[in-house]
Each structure stands twice: as structure tokens, then as C-alpha cells.
Design a protein around this ligand. Structure first.
Ligand SMILES: C[S@@+](CC[C@H](N)C(=O)[O-])C[C@H]1O[C@@H](n2cnc3c(N)ncnc32)[C@H](O)[C@@H]1O
Length: 189
């Protein structure tokens, strides 16, 4: 059932042009989650749950870790919740509706994995909202650092100045973008 739900969500994103990572970047994300074996992942930008499903599949296999995912669009968040339920991973995820810049301030537990994927200009305020709760070390992934570099210049300058950062480029088969990058920042105090 899990694979069927993931396939349905991917198809809906393509047909309705709902932004999602797409399989090329999602595989990379899943491998990073597998490597980090996180206790708590925070995702900014749930959309309808595509990237969430990829991360939750790894957490389920690992038998540990949970996900807090934040989405400002209530309809999208409800669709994601429905998919998490149908895929059998709802017990591993806390789906929150609201502006991630505010919601992140209310998370008072340590965070060891962060995914920024909620419109470029939000990255830096979201990072600042959670930075003091990042564990040492923590893994931070930021999507769209290729196409969104100008709009997230403040975020990129901040992490590149302070943390070990790698930029990974991908050829992507999505209707709205063909090439883009993810930045991985290894957060160490
Ligand atoms: C690129 S999509 C997320 C894709 C998703 N991570 C995936 O791969 O399936 C960005 C999402 O961020 C949401 N968003 C935009 N601004 C936000 C904010 N301030 N707080 C939370 N979500 C926001 C949008 O509504 C949109 O659904």
C-alpha cells in the first residue's frame, strides 16, 4: 500500500503542478536520512506529503525517529495527512498547519535533521527560528539552491560562512524544472 500511495502522490503533484522534490532528489534525501539516523526531522513545506513519505519510509525501516512537517496551506496539509494515514506511517509524523517561521519557534526539543523546502525567502528566517535547537552535529538540507540562490542569498551566506556545505546538482524530470541543486550543511557548533 505504501508504494501505491507514494505513486499516487507523485502523479497528483505532476498533474496539478504541486511542487515536490521529484524522485531524483527524493532518493538523495532518503539516503541522507538513512545515513543520519535522526531522532527528529523537521520539514518546512509539506505540500501534499511527497518528500515526507520518502523520509517516513526510511524512519519506519530504521524503527526509530519521527518527523514534524509544517505547511501553511491547510488543504495541502490535510491531503498529506490522509496520505500518511493510508501509507501506514501516520504514527511517525506530526503534521502542523501554519507559517513555519512561527511554528518552528514553538519546537523546544532537539532537532538533528532539518529540511528547508518552503519558498526561498523563508529559508533564513526558518533557520534562525530553529538554529538554537539544532543538535551538534545536525544535518540541514535546503532544496532549490540552484534556481533560488538569489532569493535565499542571506541563508546561503550564513551557512556557507559557518558550516561545512556541499552543493549537489541534479538533472530532474519535472514539468517545471530540469536542473536544480540541494545544499547539505553539516551543522557543528
Ligand atoms: C516546494 S513545496 C514543498 C514540497 C515538498 N517538500 C515535497 O517535496 O513534496 C513548498 C511548500 O511550502 C509551503 N509554504 C510556503 N511558505 C510557507 C511557510 N511560510 N510555512 C510553511 N509552509 C510554507 C507551500 O504552500 C508549498 O506547499
Amino acid at each position: 500500500m505504501f508504494e501505491q500511495v507514494l505513486q499516487e502522490v507523485e502523479t497528483q503533484c505532476r498533474e496539478e503542478r504541486i511542487p515536490m522534490l521529484g524522485p531524483e532528489k527524493a532518493e538523495f534525501l532518503a539516503a541522507r536520512v538513512e545515513k543520519a539516523k535522526p531522532t527528529l526531522i523537521v520539514e518546512c513545506g509539506t505540500a501534499i506529503g511527497y518528500s515526507g513519505l520518502w523520509m517516513l519510509r526510511v524512519l519506519k525501516r530504521l524503527g526509530s525517529g519521527r518527523l514534524i512537517t509544517v505547511e501553511i496551506d491547510a488543504d495541502r496539509a490535510h491531503r498529506a495527512r490522509d496520505s500518511f494515514k493510508r501509507a501506514g506511517v501516520a504514527d511517525l509524523v506530526d503534521s502542523r498547519i501554519g507559517d513555519a517561521q512561527e511554528v518552528l519557534k514553538s519546537i523546544d526539543t532537539p532537532v538533528d535533521f532539518l529540511l528547508l523546502d518552503n519558498n526561498f525567502s523563508n529559508y533564513f528566517p526558518c533557520f534562525q527560528a530553529i538554529e538554537s535547537r539544532l543538535t551538534n552535529p545536525a544535518t540541514v538540507l535546503a532544496d532549490n539552491v540552484g534556481i533560488g540562490a538569489n532569493d535565499m542569498a542571506d541563508y546561503l551566506a550564513h551557512v556557507r560562512d559557518r558550516y561545512e556545505c556541499e552543493t549537489h546538482w541534479f538533472d530532474i524530470d519535472l514539468p517545471w524544472v530540469k536542473q536544480d541543486a540541494i545544499e547539505v550543511s553539516s551543522y557543528r557548533r
